[in-house]
Design a protein around this ligand. Sequence first.
Ligand code: AMP
Length: 558
Amino acid sequence: MTAPPIDDASGFADLGLRPELLQALTTLGYEEPTPIQRESIPPIIEGRDLLGQAATGTGKTAAFALPVLQRLTVGGTDPTALVLVPTRELAMQVSEAIHRYGRELGARVVPIYGGQPIVRQLQALKHGVDVIVATPGRALDHLKRRTMSLDSIRIVVLDEADEMLDMGFAEDIEALLQATPDDRQTVLFSATMPPRITGIVKRHLREPVRIEIKREAAEAGASPQVRQSAYVVPRSHKPAALGRILDVEAPTAAIVFCRTRHEVDSLTETLNGRGYRAEALHGGMDQGQRDRVMNRLRAGAAELLVATDVAARGLDIDQLTHVVNYDVPSAPESYVHRIGRVGRAGREGVAITLAEPREHRMLKNIERITKQRIEIAKVPTIADLRNRRMEGTLASVRESIVSDDLDHFRVVVETLTDEFDLMEIALAAVKLAHEASVGSDDDQVEIPEVSLQEERKGSKPDRTKVGAKPSRVGQGMTRLYINAGRAARIRPNDIVGAIANETRLSGRDIGAIEITDQFSLVEVPDDAVDEVIARVNASTIAGKKRSIRRERFDPKSG
Ligand code: AMP
């Protein structure tokens, strides 16, 4: 079996990026731009303003970081690029990414966020910096103290703009934008486009290029008979989680998709180290190497193929039972292509996705586009794994009793019966067989259970939490957004009253309430969401008609 040839020209070069940046991408093992990168990089390099609708996991950080770096004047005294992000975690992450992409250019990046001693940030700013990555609150602090100047900023990026607004940063963002020169370039990324984002766009972006990850429906029946599930796992636990899932799923043959060549190489090594028979396939390998890999897979000498999208394009593997996305694919279309490789010819296939807590929006996008549900599954626990392994041993022993000629072991058992009873002998023999086939599971550590909401932890919202009820979103409760808050003199009692008067819910059923200047959030039980939205919208809160809806703007649910 031969592997289809790979077009080795780096798709990034076609986008007009400088050699230093191309070199950085090759070093990182990126093989081709993601859709959002392909569409965003050229216009930002040209100097156009840009409005992009994209979630985490689409590769949007590189989509703005690369062109920002391309346009950077490195080595000046004042920063020329400002990136605003909602949380401290994201500030660190984005700043690390820009540092990695900009290393060859010598770009100096500083993250500025609340919670870190301001003195350290002052020192960094004093030493000279090219790109500031900041949360709006802390950036404004520096601006007011005159410890940071935005006078020479040439380009501003607002990343996850909807999140920043939800966290009450609207005024801070306005103040920061006012402090930058009028003729700067502005780039805004947001997963959703509620009216408040449109307002910012109208005020601060000039004839922006608009980019949206397409929401075309997948072809009907594009993914037949495929059981789809996702596991939410922190990055550091992914290799262990994958191993455990593979043990429980026991695929005949599986492709594990990774984003970069490096990830392919390092995961292949990890999996082989854990006793799987895994082969790597990526664009950095020559045709001969790739053909040998495919032959080993075909011959059953390997059970796992760890591959990038580019390398796996056009492969058709008959015995494939499982497709694993080691990361959420950067575009829903590539999810559809990947899982289309199993479940063919009426056979059942399984698609498994490992998602980091932050990547929940990508999963939602994929569900919307494929019109299929992806079940969120629990990573098997150590106990699950032990049970599964025990079942395996049981099956092997049973098979051996039925089909093997065991007679020449009789002498061993008979000798032992002089000393021990049969049960003990059997137990010891099973233990040896078990350990010989599955090894010991002493090295297993429990993988923590995380939810898709975990990302909000550690962020510092500018909201008033009302009462002591903790948030229970994702645990039977859904958060609803009301378009009125403190400025409209809304109090918690108004919200509780409106809901309790109009619906079957009582005050006790209503969960956490938060009230900000411009809007309020209230949690209600999942099964009452539609009722609350319908009834409260038809009625009033604090004497006036208000709009209440699910927290996120979703074109379908309005
Ligand atoms: P983001 O959506 O920016 O959070 O990026 C998600 C992940 O994809 C990050 O780990 C990036 O390093 C990775 N990534 C971004 N662009 C590419 C690309 N073109 N090829 C491979 N990996 C990428």
